[in-house]
Design a protein. Structure first.
Length: 270
C-alpha cells in the first residue's frame, strides 16, 4: 500500500506546483516533472488555486474596507492592482490575442495564425483597456455600496473563473493539436468534474455559513451561462480551444462575474 500511496502523493504536489506556475505569477523556480499524472492533477487543482488567489485579496478587502481613513477609490484601485499582480497578467495576453484574431474577420486558420503571433494589435490593446476599466469600475461600485459583503466577491470570482477554465479544458474540442491546451488535454480525466463538484459543495457550504448563499448561487448561475457561451464561441470562431482561449475565458468571466456581483449586491442593499 505504501508503494502506491507515495507516487500519488507526489503527483498531487507536483500537479499543484504546475497549476501555480500556469495560473499565477508566484516566483516558483522549481522544475516540476510533466507526466500524465502530474498534468492531470494540475487540472484538479485549478479551483483551489482560484480560492488561494481570491483568499489573498479577500482578506485585504475585508480589512481595508473597515479603515475609515482610506477612500473606497483608493481601496478599489489597490485591490484591483493586487489581483492583476497575482497573476502577472498571464491570461490578459490570451484575451488580447483572441481579440486581435476575432476582429481580423479572417478564416479560422488565419485567426489561429494571428493568435500565435507574439505581437499585439490595436484591437487587443483597446479590448483589454475596456475589460480592465469595466472591472475596476465594478469593483469600486461594489465596495462603495456594500463594503462589508464585497470581500466574498474577491474570494468567489477567482474560484469560479478557474473552475470554468478547467471545465472548458475538459469538455471543449481543441482548435489544434499543438500548444499548451493540447498537451494538458491529453492526460485529463473525467474525474475532474467529480473533484470540481466536491469543491463547489465545500464553497457552497462555506457561503451558506457566512450568510451569503444567495451571492454564491447567483454567481454560479451566471458563471455557468458564461461558460456555455465561451465554449460555443471558441468552437464556432476558432474551431475549439487554445491556451489563449482558456486565458481569455478566465479574464472575461471575472469581469462578467463582477458585473453580476455588483447587481446582486445592489439588489440586496436596495
Amino acid at each position: 500500500m505504501k508503494t502506491n500511496a507515495q507516487p500519488v502523493r507526489f503527483s498531487s504536489l507536483y500537479g499543484l506546483g504546475l497549476a501555480l506556475q500556469f495560473l499565477t505569477a508566484f516566483p516558483i523556480r522549481t522544475a516540476f516533472p510533466w507526466t500524465k499524472e502530474t498534468s492531470k492533477w494540475s487540472v484538479y487543482w485549478y479551483p483551489v488555486v482560484g480560492l488561494l488567489l481570491g483568499g489573498l485579496t479577500a482578506v485585504q478587502a475585508h480589512f481595508l474596507s473597515q479603515q475609515s481613513f482610506i477612500s473606497p477609490l483608493m481601496v478599489s484601485f489597490y485591490l484591483f492592482s493586487f489581483s492583476v499582480a497575482l497573476t502577472g497578467g498571464l491570461h490578459l495576453d490570451g484575451w488580447m490575442d483572441c481579440s486581435d484574431a476575432y476582429f481580423s474577420y479572417g478564416s479560422k486558420e488565419k485567426r489561429l495564425e494571428i493568435m500565435k503571433d507574439p505581437r499585439t494589435g490595436a484591437f487587443g490593446v483597446v479590448s483589454v483597456l475596456f475589460l480592465l476599466s469595466w472591472r475596476f469600475l465594478l469593483i469600486y461600485e461594489s465596495l462603495r455600496i456594500a463594503p462589508e459583503e464585497s470581500w466574498l466577491l474577491f474570494l468567489l470570482i477567482p474560484f469560479l473563473a478557474r473552475t470554468s477554465m478547467g471545465c472548458l479544458l475538459i469538455s471543449a474540442p481543441l482548435a489544434k493539436e499543438e500548444g499548451m491546451a493540447f498537451a494538458m488535454k491529453q492526460n485529463i480525466s473525467k474525474m475532474s468534474f467529480g473533484m470540481y463538484a466536491l469543491y463547489f459543495l465545500c464553497v457552497g457550504v462555506g457561503s451558506w455559513l457566512a450568510g451569503m448563499l444567495f451571492l454564491f448561487t447567483g454567481l454560479t448561475i451566471l458563471g455557468a451561462l458564461f461558460f456555455l457561451v465561451s465554449k460555443r464561441f471558441a468552437t464556432i470562431e476558432f474551431g475549439g480551444i487554445t491556451g489563449d482561449a482558456l486565458g481569455a475565458s478566465s479574464e472575461g468571466m471575472e469581469t462578467v462575474l463582477w458585473l453580476g456581483g455588483w447587481l446582486l449586491l445592489s439588489f440586496v442593499t436596495g
